[in-house]
Design a protein around this ligand. Structure first.
Ligand SMILES: *Cc1c(COP(=O)(O)O)cnc(C)c1O
Length: 388
């Protein structure tokens, strides 16, 4: 098989004597041994068999193998949530005295981990703007910098960071580059091909794509993933086999889903641009996006998220949500159902206006996760809510 999509579809748990076509579910907490010697060898890491589902499980392994195919990664570990992937990658690879250099716009809970919890363990951090030049990135590195962490496109501001540019700097200084690829998905971009060492996912979003289960993953260089595996196997943020079964099945349709999500999103973005009640529309593949050329260089499509700034600030944002009829008002993103959210009054309400401005979240910013309903119905609902 020559193509990634075929390899992904045809990678599955070996068929059992029952001859099942879909992979069976291994809802078991542990695995049996024939004798004491086999059990001893397994615990001594002399064999590569399943012992206990906190360490490994066939459904979880199938999900990881498939994600590694999509991301061009050597190895991976799946976690219960995206946040346990983020936290596990930090805790396994950083130690007291190390410095983490992170892009300034990161997912809300990631910001809490970086700025509140890492310092508690003696791990220092600094933030850098998504607009930083190569020289500014270089200048932000200290002798203690052990890891660079970026999210691109960022949530919810949709800033795009040049992965190849940052990875060249990371390589020069022998620093691990860790990329949260949740928004683009491996269908939109493959950071490892651009020089990233590890890639993080919240599988809860586009990978599930249907708003059912939580999950996460870390894939990348074998030696780094081994450290992460040892940390996670001991501390226990393992993915449930049931969730892994759901997520693995979802990966089979990720490509076709993302193609439609992004063509719908581009259609909605183009229809909204220039509307009299909107200051600007931001979508990576709109030519007006400030990082359009970087997006075009590293992304195959613009993804399923767009945002726009409604005129009239917080009040106008709230009114817009109240007038929405079809789109869901919910905290998730990356679903078949389109979702509208207003970060300034919800997810980012705890930040000061200055902190929000630094991460491109203005009071009137609306984020739309574009679903798989007909694109004209999505636009029509947004337009009627703007005009109401
Ligand atoms: C949702 C999200 C996470 C966290 O994932 P959970 O599965 O909710 O723990 C991390 N990064 C980004 C960019 C996200 O959108």
């Amino acid at each position: 098989m020559k193509h990634t999509q075929s390899k992904l579809i045809r990678t599955q748990i070996p068929r059992t004597a029952e001859g099942e076509h879909a992979s069976p579910m291994y809802l078991t907490s542990s695995f049996c041994f024939d004798n004491a010697e086999d059990m001893r060898a397994a615990f001594a890491d002399e064999t590569d068999v399943n012992i206990y589902s906190r360490f490994s499980n066939p459904n979880v392994q199938e999900f990881i193998d498939r994600l590694c195919i999509l991301e061009n990664a050597e190895a991976g570990f799946a976690t219960a949530t995206g946040m346990s992937a983020v936290f596990g990658s930090f805790m396994a690879l950083l130690k007291k005295g190390d410095h983490l250099l992170s892009c300034e716009s990161v997912f809300g809970s990631t910001h809490t981990v970086v700025s509140k919890y890492l310092p508690k363990y003696g791990i220092d951090f600094s933030y850098i703007s998504a607009n930083a030049t190569a020289a500014q990135w270089e200048a932000a590195i200290t002798p203690q910098t052990k890891m660079i962490y970026i999210e691109t496109p960022t949530n919810p501001g949709l800033e795009v960071i040049d992965i190849a540019m940052v990875s060249a700097i990371a390589k020069k200084h022998n620093i691990i580059l860790n990329v949260d690829n949740c928004f683009a998905t491996p269908i939109g971009q493959t950071p490892i091909d651009l020089g990233a060492d590890i890639v993080i996912h919240s599988a809860t979003k586009w990978i599930d794509g249907q708003g059912r289960v939580l999950g996460g993953a870390i894939v990348g260089r074998k030696n780094l993933i081994h450290e992460i595996y040892l940390f996670c196997r001991a501390t226990g943020p393992s993915l449930s086999p049931f969730n892994a079964w759901v997520l693995s099945k979802s990966l089979e349709t990720l490509e076709v889903r993302m193609e439609r999500h992004s063509s719908n999103a581009l259609f909605v973005a183009e229809k909204l641009e220039g509307h009299s009640k909107i200051n600007f529309v931001k979508y990576p593949f709109l030519t007006s996006h400030p990082h359009y050329s970087i997006a075009k260089k590293q992304m195959k499509n613009g993804g399923g998220i767009l945002c726009f700034e409604i005129k009239g600030g917080i009040e106008a944002g709230r009114k817009f949500l109240n007038n929405i009829k079809m789109l869901s008002l919910t905290a998730n993103l990356g679903d078949t159902r389109s979702i509208a959210s207003h970060p300034a009054s919800t997810t980012h309400a705890k930040l000061s206006p200055a902190e929000r401005a630094a991460v491109s979240i203005s009071d009137g910013l609306i984020r739309i996760s574009v679903g798989l309903e007909h694109k004209e119905d999505i636009v029509a609902d947004i337009l009627q809510a703007l005009e109401a």
